[in-house]
Design a protein around this ligand. Structure first.
Ligand code: SF4
Ligand code: SF4
Length: 77
């Protein structure tokens, strides 16, 4: 039983990793206005070629960018 607790947390971490959500940018809608870049609390968004790009390893799935984007160009899935 002593060994089962770390295994449980390992499985939870694997589950979280597999089910992790991440912000996705629809580049056809993105105007490169930088609103999401300025509002992302994790500094996970940069502008590349005038379009927002999310670093999925930094995104914490807070959905702030979804709420602030004036072009409805971001969704989290
Ligand atoms: S807020 Fe929306 S339109 Fe502006 S850069 Fe971000 S994704 Fe593009
Ligand atoms: S969901 Fe949150 S952390 Fe991820 S890119 Fe959008 S604002 Fe940043």
């Amino acid at each position: 039983m002593i060994q089962s607790k770390p295994i449980f947390y390992l499985l939870v971490n694997i589950y979280d990793e597999v089910n992790a959500l991440v912000a996705i940018v629809d580049t056809s809608k993105c105007t490169g206005c930088e609103t999401c870049v300025n509002e992302c609390p994790a500094s996970a968004i940069v502008i590349e070629n005038e379009k927002a790009k999310v670093d999925k390893d930094m995104c914490v799935d807070c959905q702030t960018c979804v709420d602030v984007c004036p072009s409805e160009a971001i969704l989290v899935e």
